[in-house]
Write a protein of this length. Structure first.
Length: 103
């Protein structure tokens, strides 16, 4: 995922959490780039890398590694809290910890 920063140095990946079936990420994307363009490049690059290492051979069919959609939002809450949420997302999902996000 850091390759995006090499080709687009203004884009910064601040935090990510990779889970078995999805990824949470906090990124700074300047207005001159479309979010969908950057997400598309990240998906293409990560898919190519995973496939080249043969990690998913025979697991996926139809040529699709990632689903076609994604969710994005601007940070309207405390950015530090959002980064903490992303960092501990797996533990939140499994209810190992409970993060309170106060508005």
């Amino acid at each position: 995922m850091r390759d995006i920063e090499r080709y687009h140095p203004e884009v910064r990946i601040l935090q990510w959490n990779i889970q078995i079936d999805h990824v949470h990420m906090v990124a700074e994307i300047p207005p001159k780039y479309g979010v969908s363009m950057i997400v598309g490049k990240i998906k293409a690059n990560t898919s190519r890398k995973v496939r080249s290492e043969g990690l998913v051979k025979g697991v996926y069919w139809g040529g699709a590694f990632w689903s076609p959609g994604f969710f994005s939002s601007t940070v309207g809450l405390d950015e530090e809290m959002i980064q903490k949420y992303v960092k501990y997302q797996e533990k939140v999902d499994t209810e190992e910890i409970n993060l309170k996000m106060e508005l």
